[in-house]
Design a protein around this ligand. Structure first.
Ligand code: AMP
Length: 301
């Protein structure tokens, strides 16, 4: 195996020296690597000479009743994936190496960290941003790669980079799905075969929302299309369905026009899944004007 494994920050510093000159791209993960992560690594190679993957199940981003203890930890398999994908360094520290026992200071995700997913997972985005900032400081990459699968996380990272003047390029990768639409996730490993079938309702519901928007539905009708599928699905307990502004994560107004981000979170058995899709809300067509679009508000056309 050629990949260098760094188990603590001292190892990491040595490994980065071994990599030598050239651009570095960081792919932060919690391990249990799957096709989605591979896609991040492949894009990372396009942005850099060396790819560093971090594998760290970050305790800070899990609530007390969440799945931190049972989260899949498969380091040997992850190293094999990284080796296949020509990763230069895997940084897989322990929590004790990464966090001081008397740690006090962390990053706040601000208001964006308290809404939608953040309302269901208090402190989650603060924990994510704190570990991402630490990893950026330790690895000092030129680029860092994140998945659109965790849409609100990607937005929060972009906000942190802007608000804290971080000198790193953030690269986003579209969600990688199984052939039947299920978004790849390390948590899919928790699903029984029957639950896996039930979980398909999430991507089906999002597709219904995208289709509704494409046929001219406004924001409330898009949300109703998504809700309709999820409410009718067996075994799916919805945490939220939201249609938000892709820049702020604030709910779109009923009459909003343009790009929206559809976000869903639901529990299937004991597994909590999230998924999202981008929709385009068209201006309303006027019933009395079969040929055309309503004029823009305040417009004269
Ligand atoms: P995780 O290991 O789940 O924390 O994910 C690590 C990174 O991989 C995050 O940036 C995720 O958004 C990304 N990721 C996870 N699943 C997928 C997927 N199905 N498609 C694209 N990116 C993903």
């Amino acid at each position: 195996m050629d990949v260098i494994v760094a188990r603590d920050r001292a190892d990491l510093a040595k490994a980065m020296d071994v990599l030598g000159e050239g651009r570095v791209a960081l792919v932060p993960t919690m391990g249990a690597l799957h096709e989605g992560h591979r896609s991040l690594i492949r894009l990372a190679h396009e942005h850099a000479d060396h790819v560093v993957v971090s594998v760290f199940v970050n305790p800070l981003q899990f609530g007390p009743d969440e799945d931190f203890a049972r989260y899949p930890r498969t380091l040997d398999a992850d190293l094999a994936v990284c080796d296949e994908e020509n990763v230069g360094v895997v940084f897989a520290p322990s929590a004790d190496d990464l966090y001081l026992p008397d740690r006090q200071v962390g990053v706040s995700a601000g208001h964006m960290g308290t809404i939608v997913e953040g309302a269901f997972r208090p402190g989650h985005f603060d924990g994510v941003l704190t570990v991402v900032l630490k990893l950026l400081h330790l690895v000092r990459p030129d680029a860092a790669v994140f998945g659109a699968k965790d849409a609100q996380q990607l937005l929060a990272v972009r906000r942190m980079v802007a608000d804290l003047d971080l000198d790193v390029e953030i690269v986003a990768v579209p969600t990688v799905r199984e052939a039947d639409g299920l978004a790849r996730s390390s948590r899919n490993a928790y699903l029984s075969p029957a639950e896996r079938d039930e979980a398909l309702a999430l991507s089906r519901a999002l597709r219904a929302g995208v289709d509704a928007a494409a046929s001219g539905a406004d924001a409330p009708a898009v949300l109703a299309a998504v809700r309709g599928i999820l409410d009718a699905a067996d075994g799916v307990e919805v945490d939220y369905v939201a249609l938000v502004d892709p820049a702020t994560v604030e709910d779109l107004a009923p009459g909003a026009v343009g790009s929206g981000l559809l976000l869903v979170a639901a529990r299937v058995g004991t597994t909590r899944l999230i998924d999202n899709a981008t929709v385009e809300i068209a201006p309303a067509t006027r019933a009395d004007d079969p040929a055309g679009r309503a004029p823009a508000p305040g417009g004269t056309a």
